[in-house]
Ligand binder design. Structure first.
Ligand code: AMP
Length: 345
């Protein structure tokens, strides 16, 4: 497992003036590369052969491409060594959590701007909900097949990702029938209300939490069912895209409070807690209470809406500030202050 001391050791071999940002060719890579360039940083794209051709359309954002046979190759010693050789800081995103897996994330001897231990928690549905609850953040009621219930629930099967492999059912009997013996599931109260996904950035340089944007995920086919007679059609929740959102301003203090609670909770997982981007995924209920059903401990793809900044990022920065650019800005500022060791994990 890579420790803070390991990262310090790798950093001590780096030419700090020539630090580069490395990213896998997927998820929010274009925005991260664009942001790095805006802040004058060299960029490294790690691509599989199938992805390479598409990303070449954006060659003005990429200083160097490292081609790997498969995503997991990034954990290979020779690839890590090449990345160290160009003073790379890895910016992990959702595809990295999904395709590379927690073991490689935890062991890779490369500085990350991102919290690997929190991403490990993210990879486990149960640990994820425990972390939210430990921070005192309201979460959906969880139900168990050991007791009878009549509630409308969403059932999340192990390994289900991005809403695929979930189903909605009413009452224990229906859940049992549809699970046909599978046990390791999360059964959550199905929350009705409006979805809202908040994009936060915790800055160790400024010791402050920023709300940089928010979105609603557009999910197939749940988001089109309103146009159809429902009978016999199951809602599914595969994310297809993202829609911008601004919230009633009176809800922002609560959004900020839950974000701060999350930052505090992460101090129990990783020394000094989370650094940089994360997202709380919520339902705003009819009574305007907010219930968080999920988090992402890294940049989310919903930030791709705001390559030129969001209505919120302007309030802090008064210049176009995407999440990708904010990441690069934090690295540049920490470098100027000699604080890289404090923001890298
Ligand atoms: P997740 O994989 O937890 O992000 O969930 C995927 C999608 O399922 C979400 O974006 C929501 O649309 C829906 N969803 C997840 N949990 C709940 C819940 N407890 N109540 C209502 N909808 C949910």
């Amino acid at each position: 497992m890579t420790t803070k001391d390991d990262i310090e050791e790798v950093l001590s071999t780096y030419d700090v003036d020539r630090i580069s940002i490395a990213v896998l060719a997927s998820h929010s890579a274009l925005q991260i590369l664009h942001g790095a360039k805006k802040e004058g940083m060299p960029t490294i794209l790690i691509a599989t052969p199938e992805r390479k051709a598409f990303y070449e359309n954006f060659s003005h954002l990429i200083d160097k491409t490292i081609t790997v046979g498969s995503w997991r190759d990034i954990c290979r010693y020779d690839i890590v060594e090449r990345l160290q050789g160009v003073n790379a800081i890895m910016v992990p995103h959702g595809s990295m959590v999904e395709y590379v897996g927690p073991e490689c994330l935890l062991n890779m001897r490369l500085p990350f701007f991102g919290s690997r231990r929190i991403m490990e928690v993210e990879a486990s549905s149960k640990k994820k909900m425990e972390l939210l609850r430990s921070g005192g953040i309201p979460t959906p009621k969880e139900l168990s097949l050991n007791e009878d219930f009549e509630d409308l629930v969403i059932v999340k099967l192990p390994g289900a990702k991005g809403g695929r492999g979930y189903f909605v059912a009413k009452g224990r009997k229906e859940v049992q029938e549809r699970l046909s013996g599978k046990k390791e599931v999360i059964i959550q109260e199905f929350l009705t209300g409006t979805r809202a996904y908040y994009h936060y950035f915790y800055s160790h340089v400024f010791k402050r939490l920023e709300i940089l944007g928010m979105d609603i995920r557009y999910e197939s086919n749940a988001d089109s069912l309103g146009r159809l007679p429902m009978k016999g059609i199951e809602p599914t929740f595969t994310v297809v895209g993202n829609i911008p959102l601004v919230l009633r301003e009176s809800l922002l203090p609560k959004v900020m409070e839950y974000g701060s609670r999350f930052v505090d909770a992460t101090k129990g997982v990783e020394e000094d807690g989370i650094a940089g981007p994360f997202c709380l995924e919520s339902i705003v209920k009819e009574d305007l209470s907010i219930v968080v059903f999920e988090f992402s401990g890294r940049i989310v793809a919903g930030t791709n809406i705001y390559t030129n900044g969001s209505p919120y990022s302007w309030l802090y920065w008064d210049e176009p500030m995407s999440m990708g650019r904010r990441i690069a800005r934090e690295i540049v500022l920490a470098r100027e202050r000699g604080e890289l060791g404090e923001i890298l994990r």
